[in-house]
Design a binder for this molecule. Structure first.
Ligand code: ES4
Ligand code: ZN
Length: 325
């Protein structure tokens, strides 16, 4: 198929960590602006360090990189740079995660972070015509208590965020650890979602559905190991926000040619394409689509269905979803 056609398809991005859009050039610029010394000689050395063996090997580098983000202006610049990539890839709507604890743990105020991200998103609506939502995500390698404190901290800003997520190291940190936090978040009006079935077993997807009552699963690719679970996900049109390039970089699949996204799509699952942490994983939305065309033989029909799924699975009002599908 014509790859350029993909570039023209309107799409929604539903699984994107704003801290994961920090390109090495901006990392250096912010380090300089904030008087921080980076442990890298230049941007080439940073890129050379992005050789990951699993999720944890990535997270260590990703949390260290986020240390250059200090002021609202830093978060604004980071978010604006991502939104320009959205414009280039015809991502017309984006629902972005941020990890408050990554910043509050090192003394940056919740409000400083939210102000910067939200400011760029507001300007993008006006100047780029891109709509958006913000989702705050709890770090599952930290305690329930820390997540609860973060939720409390977020309550005064509740109207500026649509949902809560759960991310970071998966294996050994099952969703059940955060049942009470999610119950409280749902009661406050946050829409619940969670990373599950990236490195963790299908059981974690079960727990996310049953205990956290999520309406979307982030990743979810290991659901394919449990046929009964697959059946349920398909019957309920439960969205799985899949990140193909991320999965290859973090060795969830050896190559894109081994990825199961099109199998799940053809089985009737509501899978979507997303870039996750594009500055670290080698590409934004269209790079993911192009990889699927070139390495997995994705057809035009499949690409259109994935784009339509991205709107179906979004938190846009029904009328706006329909207008894009
Ligand atoms: C993440 Cl790829 C991935 N998985 C889990 N947590 C994350 N946080 C940022 N990227
Ligand atoms: Zn993710």
């Amino acid at each position: 198929m014509d790859v350029k056609m993909n570039g023209n398809l309107p799409k929604a991005e539903l699984h994107l960590h704003i801290e994961g859009t920090l390109e090495p050039e901006l990392m250096f610029a912010l380090a300089e602006r904030n008087g921080i010394k980076l442990p890298y000689k230049d941007t080439e050395a940073i890129r050379a360090a992005y050789q990951f063996t699993n999720l944890q090997s990535f997270l260590d580098i990703y949390y260290a990189g986020a240390g250059v983000l200090q002021t609202s202006r830093d978060f604004y610049d980071l978010t604006w740079a991502y939104l320009e990539r959205c414009k280039a890839d015809n991502v017309v709507h984006t629902e972005i995660f941020f990890d408050p604890q990554t910043h509050t743990e090192r003394g940056i105020d919740f409000e400083t972070v939210l102000e910067g991200i939200d400011g760029a998103l507001s300007d993008a609506k006006e100047k780029l015509g891109i709509t958006s939502h913000i989702i705050m995500s709890f770090l599952r390698h930290l305690s329930e208590e820390s997540a609860m404190e973060t939720l409390e901290m977020a309550l005064p800003y509740k109207d500026r965020m649509i949902g809560v997520g759960l991310d970071s190291s998966e294996a050994g940190f099952p969703p059940e650890m955060f049942e009470r936090v999610f119950a409280k978040a749902r009661k406050a009006g946050f829409i619940p979602m969670a990373h599950a079935g990236e490195e963790g077993p299908p059981e974690y997807i079960h727990q996310a559905l049953e205990l956290l009552k999520v309406v979307r699963i982030d990743h979810g690719v290991r659901a394919i190991e449990d046929p009964k679970l697959m059946e349920r996900l398909i019957a309920e049109r439960m969205p799985l926000t899949v990140c193909p390039l991320s999965n290859v970089k973090l060795k969830v699949f050896e190559t894109l040619a081994d990825h199961n996204i099109l199998d799940m799509l053809d089985q009737g699952a509501c899978v979507t394409v997303n870039s996750d942490d594009p500055a670290y994983f080698g590409g934004y939305m269209n790079a993911n689509f192009e990889g699927l065309v070139n390495e997995l033989g994705m057809t035009e029909t499949q690409a259109r269905r994935l784009a339509a799924n991205s709107f179906e699975a979004s938190f846009l009002p029904e009328a706006e979803k329909k207008a894009w599908m």
